[in-house]
Design a protein around this ligand. Structure first.
Ligand code: GLY
Length: 256
């Protein structure tokens, strides 16, 4: 059984951090409805959704992926790169403590979970404005005893590594080559996003298929042509907050 930790949309979502997406009006009511649709998609793919209440003082708190890196053996609490997001960690930590031993990153390290792509025992970590060398080194230190290797990966032109590359099947990655060098993932089967769909590389793989934004039909076709089952969700208002489908949950295996 998979557990998906989510957090309801903050009423202050419009005041979120933005790095590569221009600020525009966000309809929070629609964002909340889309988020419920996302939770339903997670349930349809076998997740037990644990929904935390909104943190209205923290605009980006819906993007729970950034505050932890959850492995089967341990959960690493991050120190998010945006100062405004650091207070998001504690309430997620309370929930994670019921499921995993916890380790924490500390200053001067910064790291966003959106920069961490786990494939097997490899953790690929984006060298982004949010995740610095100290944070990446601390992550390596915290996971080494469990047999994980950390591989820093340069990115350009996007917020997080998982803006540029995500796993979509056991051996397959979905890649935006404009933002990350595909050569960093030479051993994998790779699907590139359609050139007209810049933000299309973020998919949430849940074993039997992916949860995927409805607004990238041409890349969706590429996924389906590769035999990948796609559950489509409309997350347009969350995308205006520079969010994507991986950002809105922390998915962990229920360990007996
Ligand atoms: N708005 C998402 C982030 O910048 O962290």
């Amino acid at each position: 059984m998979l557990i998906a930790i989510t957090r309801d949309v903050s009423s202050s979502l419009g005041g979120c951090e933005l790095s590569y997406v221009p600020r525009g009006a966000i309809d929070v009511t629609t964002a909340a409805a889309q988020h419920r649709g996302y939770q339903k998609a997670l349930e349809s793919l076998g997740c037990r959704v644990m929904a935390l209440p909104a943190e209205d003082a923290l605009p980006d708190a819906v993007f729970v992926e950034d505050v932890a890196v959850v492995l089967d053996e341990v959960a690493i609490l991050t120190r998010p790169g945006a100062e405004s997001r650091r207070a998001e960690v504690s309430s997620v930590a309370e929930v994670l403590a019921r499921h995993r031993p916890l380790r924490a990153l500390e200053a001067p390290g910064t790291l966003d979970g959106g920069d961490v792509l786990r494939v097997g025992r490899s953790l690929y970590v984006g060298q982004s404005a949010r995740s610095n060398a100290a944070g990446i080194a601390q992550l390596r230190d915290r996971v080494a005893e469990f047999g994980y290797e950390v591989h820093p990966v340069p990115i350009r032109g996007c917020l997080h590594l998982k803006s540029a590359v995500t796993q979509v099947a056991e051996d397959t990655l979905l890649v935006q080559p404009a933002w990350v060098d595909p050569a960093a993932f030479a051993g994998f089967r790779r699907i590139e996003v359609d050139p007209g769909e810049e933000h299309a590389a973020n998919a949430l793989w849940l074993g039997s298929g992916v949860v995927y934004p409805a607004c990238f039909p041409r890349t969706q076709r590429r996924l389906e042509d590769a035999g990948i089952a796609v559950t489509s969700v409309d997350v347009s208002e969350l995308q205006k907050a520079e969010g994507a489908v991986t950002c809105c949950s922390l998915v962990l295996r229920e360990v007996p």
